[in-house]
Design a binder for this molecule. Structure first.
Ligand code: ADP
Ligand code: F6P
Length: 323
């Protein structure tokens, strides 16, 4: 592959704070290296419909501190069909897009892999609050979301402490419990419930609450991952079994918004730059990741095979220090 004259950039799947910093880095690095950069709207939808615009250095001014994504994002079922893929490729040919930066989660990576297989060089970087990409230690948005959860649960703690209550809190992560684990540790949750680790209601929640109540504890936080769900019923069951008044709170999409933290802006900027450097050197079909605080890249097909091990040792520590 030779150096592309025109590249595209899109955000896909759930938005994540820091995506704007990544778009900014891609646009600025691409233009500075002499490429035409097309901003594609609403993920793969924009590629299929030709909904895109040529970016200039000022197109990405004043966005580094904003949550969401200036390019909008979407999920696109049509793109998963051969017809959708072909349409997207035809649009790229028409516009002259010879390389693509995809910012999203593993679903978006699969889309990038499919385009790469059909001859469009793609470089993908992880943008999702879930931190669930096997190939990367970190995904853009995770830190901001964690800080949001921490702040919200600190507020819940004030009220549950005042009323001697138990707060059962659901945090995002349909398929991964990293937000629940990290936030659970940061807010001092009595129990953290995730899909990755089996739990026993009587042993891990009721008994722990009753034991700690005997030592004088009067208010509790139970952190539950979205993938486990059922927090309303769980709060009812806790109240019935322990006699401690329990309320459920689903934090929801508030976790996806807000101004990105320094970690997200910084990492997104370096990753975005790295994506463009690869395309500029004629290298495609890669995923840009963070490993031991280093921005690296690896083969897109290999990256998609890598599974992330849930840190059970840290999960155990969280429970040991929660009593
Ligand atoms: P995320 O990228 O956050 O994991 P999704 O799983 O919803 O979010 O994927 C985002 C988009 O990526 C989908 O709407 C679809 O257009 C594309 N995509 C997802 N999975 C695949 C797949 N297996 N093959 C091709 N494209 C996919
Ligand atoms: O993948 C990020 C994520 O926020 C998940 O944690 C959550 O389950 C999902 O997206 C929700 O997506 P939607 O925007 O479709 O509600």
């Amino acid at each position: 592959m030779s150096k592309p004259k025109t590249i595209g950039v899109l955000t896909s799947g759930g938005d994540a704070p820091g995506m704007n910093a990544a778009i900014r880095a891609v646009a600025r690095a691409g233009i500075t290296k002499g490429m035409r950069v097309m901003g594609i709207r609403r993920g793969y939808n924009g590629l299929i419909n030709g909904d895109m615009f040529e970016m200039n250095l000022r197109s990405v001014s004043d966005i580094i501190h904003r949550g969401g994504t200036m390019l909008y994002t979407a999920r696109c079922a049509e793109f998963k069909t051969q017809e959708g893929l072909n349409k997207a490729l035809q649009v790229c040919r028409d516009v002259g897009i010879e390389g693509l930066v995809v910012i999203g989660g593993d679903g978006s990576f699969r889309g990038a892999r499919d385009l790469s297989l059909l001859g469009l060089p793609c470089v993908a970087m992880p943008g999702t609050i879930d931190n669930d990409i096997g190939a990367s230690d970190y995904t853009i948005g995770f830190d901001t979301a964690l800080n949001t959860v921490m702040e919200m649960v600190d507020r819940l703690r004030d009220t549950s402490q005042s009323h001697d209550r138990c707060s059962v809190v659901e945090v995002m992560g349909r398929r991964a419990g990293y937000l629940a684990l990290h936030a659970g540790i940061a807010v001092g949750a009595t129990a953290i419930i995730v899909n990755e680790v089996p739990y026993d209601f009587e042993r891990d929640i009721v008994q722990v609450m009753l034991d700690t109540a005997k030592t004088g504890k009067k208010h509790f936080i139970i952190m539950v991952s979205e993938g486990v769900g059922g927090v309303a019923k769980l709060a009812e069951d806790i109240q019935q079994r322990t006699g401690i008044e329990s309320k459920a709170t689903i934090l929801g999409h508030v976790q996806r918004g807000g101004s990105p933290t320094i970690r997200d802006r910084y990492t997104a900027s370096l990753m975005g730059y790295h994506c463009v450097e690869l395309l500029d050197q004629g290298i495609g079909n890669r995923v840009v990741v963070l490993k031991k605080d280093q921005v690296l890249d690896l083969d897109i097909y290999e990256a998609l095979q890598i599974k992330k091990d849930f840190p059970v040792d840290i999960f155990k520590i969280a429970h040991e220090i929660s009593i």
